[in-house]
Design a protein around this ligand. Structure first.
Ligand code: ATP
Length: 235
């Protein structure tokens, strides 16, 4: 397994947010964690990327424990985190934002090639390379956030709610982009509230409820599951 999370627990100032989260991500897989507001999706990703120290549990990357390592070390290993809400530098240009993404030694070595790849994937970012990020549309900003994540030359790309706040047409566009990145062989860990679309593109998925993983299956299995249909698809 590329990434393995075992019985993870984490809290904010003593208030538990994760109780028992376990899942795996294999090489080349698209794995999604679905869950409602406050289920702990963002906290799970933040703990993996080293922004939050777990209270209990283990995180293994290629079989080696990484829990407790500082965030920059985890990024250097090729674990990229595209945060919820994009967190762009609004006053910097599109190109400058992208170059922020290749901050590790490993990524800088192949920066030019990766930039080409990002511009091929997102021609609109190339057209707007010198435009300030703050003036992009919501969909373009999300593309830029994903592009910046790719600039890390990731081994695994973690996307936190990439469809959040986008109009339905743009949601489709973002999911198509994720599909394309996956087709090129990228391993992706996605967390999403947009359950149907994300299950449709996932190899496997996990359901997170109040900080605990309660179900898992292939995307197709979970789309059929009575619990998922009732709790997340309103059927
Ligand atoms: P959403 O889809 O709304 O972002 P989520 O599944 O990503 O939800 P988290 O953001 O991980 O959920 O939140 C899990 C729990 O941790 C919630 O109860 C939330 O209130 C709490 N929490 C999240 N961030 C913080 C923080 N910085 N300080 C204190 N509590 C927090």
């Amino acid at each position: 397994m590329l990434l393995e999370v075992r019985h993870l627990a984490a809290s904010y100032d003593g208030v538990p947010a994760l109780h028992d989260v376990s899942f795996t991500v294999g090489e080349g897989e698209v794995v999604t964690i679905i869950g409602s507001n406050g289920a702990g999706k963002t906290t799970t990703i933040r703990t993996i990327s080293g922004q939050l120290r777990p209270d209990r549990g283990e995180i293994l990357f290629r079989g080696t424990r990484i829990d407790g390592l500082p965030a920059h070390r985890i990024a250097e290993m090729g674990i990229a985190h595209v945060p919820e809400g994009r967190r762009l530098f609004n006053r910097l240009t599109v190109l400058q934002n992208l170059l922020v993404g290749s901050f590790t030694r490993r990524a800088r070595a192949t920066e030019d090639a990766m930039l080409e790849r990002v511009f091929t994937l997102f021609p609109r970012l190339k057209e707007r390379a010198n435009q300030r990020a703050g003036t992009l549309s919501g969909g373009e900003q999300q593309m830029l956030a994903i592009g910046r994540g790719l600039m890390l030359q990731p081994v695994i790309l973690m996307l936190d709610e990439p469809s959040l706040g986008l109009a339905p047409m743009l949601v489709d566009e973002i999911f198509n982009t994720i599909r394309q990145i996956a087709r090129e062989g990228m391993t992706i860990l996605l967390v999403e509230q947009n359950v149907r679309e994300s299950l449709e593109l996932s190899d496997r998925a996990y359901v997170l409820q109040t900080g605990t993983t309660v179900a898992e299956g292939t995307g197709a299995e979970l789309l059929e599951s009575e619990m998922v249909r009732r709790a997340y698809l309103g059927l």
